[in-house]
Design a protein around this ligand. Structure first.
Ligand SMILES: [Zn+2]
Length: 117
């Protein structure tokens, strides 16, 4: 699940929360928001949108959030809480984001992964 390649879009908190709640993204979609990656780790089977929150500075996984279960306001609070406390949170496991994880390529025909084909 965490051995995907993600296409990253950089957004501010309000825009990211809006998009996370409004759209179901492919499993290779990620966002970078003020020092934290939000990487889609949805399994696809149940239709729930789940994101891993990864610190940009050290690539540590610090949280996973099922955004389908959150309201707009509570997701804004979660995002703000990441900014306030994310640097202090302990990493979950020893997985670390590697450069190749962010090397998805452009989503034109013939350059798609299994998740956006
Ligand atoms: Zn893809």
């Amino acid at each position: 699940m965490l051995n995907r390649r993600w296409t990253i879009t950089e957004l501010g908190p309000a825009q990211m929360v809006h998009r996370l709640l409004r759209f179901d993204f492919t499993g290779c979609t990620g966002f970078l928001c003020e020092g934290y990656y939000w990487l889609n780790i949805s399994s696809g089977g149940d239709g729930l949108q789940e994101y891993a929150v990864v610190r940009e500075i050290d690539g540590a996984l610090i949280e996973s959030i099922t955004v389908s279960w959150t309201s707009h306001n509570s997701l804004l609070v979660i995002v703000a809480d990441m900014f306030a406390n994310g640097q202090r949170l302990e990493a979950i496991g020893d997985w670390r984001l590697q450069p190749w994880h962010l090397d998805h390529g452009v989503n034109w025909e013939g350059n798609r992964c299994a998740l956006c084909a």
